[in-house]
Design a protein. Structure first.
Length: 317
């Protein structure tokens, strides 16, 4: 069994506290493959239009089974212990676009941005109070210039949308951007300041958006801030070194004052953190799914919550 199966196949766990939906899960996993796995280039000679039509047909066939399976999970979800804080590594936008034969990978990024609103609604309905999403790593600056430019323009548009979004205000969501924001275009920085100011007084939920973010850089900056403040206060170096501990660093992290993530979920099949919330995730639970982010479904979300409920968290004890 591969590592991904060991980490995520909660339905087959021998120690599950829930009765498995054996028949329904068999149908869901075997009879209705995820649209995100479709590859037009896997069928030489078949046009993209035919592949897309086939995907539409598969969606129509699987829809009744999907609804039945989702209803089954939802009926059990009320008894689960839900995480307070979920971190999402929203991976697979480009692979999703390519799987559908789209020429411009930016189409995948646009669909991924729209998917975020849907997933946030699921989180709010499940009582998840804090959500952190990673949309742009520092390494992304090394990608194709045209793609980076299109991404940053998309982020600016969506950030402006956030400042006026009805659900953000009705649910009193405080929006915070974390990362090396000074590296972003000034117009995007201004949009970020406006979105944060528009929601600064809200206390219903918290949405952290990691942009131009790197986990190592966050820790390095936290240590730097701690040392600078102690030195400016006139404390001797020997005393600073002697008193240095985890709590001293934590207060300078981007997420200071918030609960650490209980669950970190990554889409698109990669089984790694890639630097996401390295300090904060020391005792987080992880869940990995092969589904690309734009194709992420509510049943994927509910499976992750079910898997989290089945974990026995010991925090290293």
């Amino acid at each position: 069994m591969c590592i991904r199966d060991r980490l995520t196949n909660d339905a087959a766990s021998r120690h599950s506290r829930h009765a498995p939906d054996t028949f329904l899960e068999y149908l869901q996993s075997m009879a209705i493959p995820d649209v995100s796995s479709a590859r037009p280039d896997a069928h030489p000679g078949i046009g993209v239009g035919i592949v897309r039509s086939w995907e539409i047909f598969k969606q129509l066939v699987k829809s009744p089974i999907y609804r039945l399976y989702q209803h089954r999970l939802e009926s059990k979800a009320a008894g689960w212990t839900d995480p307070r804080h979920i971190g999402f590594i929203m991976d697979g936008n480009r692979r999703f676009a390519r799987s559908l034969g789209l020429q411009n990978v930016s189409d995948g990024h646009h669909q991924g941005a729209e998917k975020l609103w849907e997933v946030l609604s699921w989180c709010y309905d499940s009582g998840v109070r804090v959500v952190t999403v990673w949309c742009f790593s520092l390494e992304y600056f090394q990608r194709n210039t045209a793609e980076v430019k299109a991404l940053l323009e998309l982020f600016e548009d969506k950030t402006k949308e956030i400042a006026e979004h009805r659900e953000v205000h009705s649910k009193r969501v405080r929006v915070r951007y974390i990362g090396e924001l000074r590296l972003l275009p000034e117009s995007l920085q201004e949009a970020i300041r406006n979105a944060e100011a528009a929601t600064a007084e809200y206390d219903g939920y918290v949405l952290n958006i990691a942009m131009a973010y790197g986990g190592r850089e966050e820790i390095t900056e936290a240590i730097r801030c701690h040392l600078r403040n102690r030195l400016e206060a006139g404390d001797p170096v020997e005393q600073i070194v002697e008193e240095l501990d985890g709590a001293a660093i934590s207060r300078y992290l981007y997420t200071s004052g918030l609960p650490e993530p209980d669950l970190i979920l990554r889409t698109s099949g990669e089984v790694r953190l890639s630097g996401f919330l390295l300090w904060q995730s020391a005792y987080s639970e992880y869940y990995f799914t092969d589904t690309h982010w734009p194709a992420f479904r509510k049943i994927d979300f509910l499976r992750a919550l079910r898997s989290y409920d089945e974990r026995h968290r010991r925090y290293g004890r």
